[in-house]
Design a protein around this ligand. Structure first.
Ligand SMILES: CC(C)(COP(=O)(O)OP(=O)(O)OC[C@H]1O[C@@H](n2cnc3c(N)ncnc32)[C@H](O)[C@@H]1OP(=O)(O)O)[C@@H](O)C(=O)NCCC(=O)NCCS
Length: 182
């Protein structure tokens, strides 16, 4: 059974704009990132990096043309999905996906819309491999990744430790050689 959702007008979800991240979104993106990080459950950091670091990370990706989308409701970023291309030449066909949605907007299909937009952009940009790692107890994220075609590649045992508790991470990837430019 899905959990009861806090009060968010369902029209907010329907009208949420899914759009490429722009420099003007960075401060709002930083706030959303910090909310999700501070839950201490899902991300690889427990609070957002500083606003300056977040800005340079986001601007770097915008300039490189890496896929990055935000979900925006009434001018505020409520979710994001991005893929960062690996730097080294032999890994440049690969990117790592990260995403998050602030709590009250989860479980209503926004994640699916965000990841579909971002993967479509990755295909256009020629990514052959999109990979991610997800905490093994994050059932909702795993279900979303399964649904859009990620395959499980392995488990890293005790890969994370939060507040003294160890957990495994699951490595997942989509591989599509046909995306490579001809
Ligand atoms: C993971 C996340 C991005 C998914 O986005 P979302 O908008 O909540 O997900 P969606 O509404 O698109 O639903 C995804 C799927 O999970 C299912 N689902 C919803 N709640 C679930 C739950 N508690 N347990 C298992 N599956 C669940 C949905 O039913 C849906 O599958 P379906 O369409 O086949 O029914 C979002 O929940 C989130 O930000 N979580 C916290 C941060 C996080 O986990 N980031 C990813 C780190 S790897």
């Amino acid at each position: 059974m899905k959990p009861v959702k806090p009060m968010v007008d369902s029209s907010d979800i329907e009208t949420a704009a899914i759009a490429p991240i722009t420099p003007g979104d960075v401060e709002s993106f930083h706030r959303a990132l910090d909310v999700v990080a501070r839950e201490r459950k899902y991300l690889s950091f427990l609070e957002a990096p500083s606003l300056d670091q977040t800005r340079s990370f986001a601007m770097d990706r915008i300039v490189r043309g890496d896929p990055g989308f935000v979900a925006v409701v009434r001018g505020e970023v409520v979710g994001w999905c991005d893929i960062s291309r690996h730097d080294r030449l032999i890994h440049a066909h690969r990117g790592i996906l990260g995403m998050g949605i602030i709590p009250s907007y989860r479980g209503r299909g926004l994640g699916l819309r965000l990841i579909n937009a971002t993967l479509a952009q990755a295909r256009k940009a020629g990514f052959v491999r999109v990979e991610l790692s997800v905490h093994s107890d994050n059932a909702r994220a795993i279900s979303l990744y399964d649904k859009v075609g990620f395959a499980r590649e392995g488990v890293q045992r005790d890969a994370i430790c939060i507040d003294g508790e160890y957990r495994d991470t699951i490595m997942m990837a989509i591989v599509e050689r046909e995306n490579a430019a001809g």
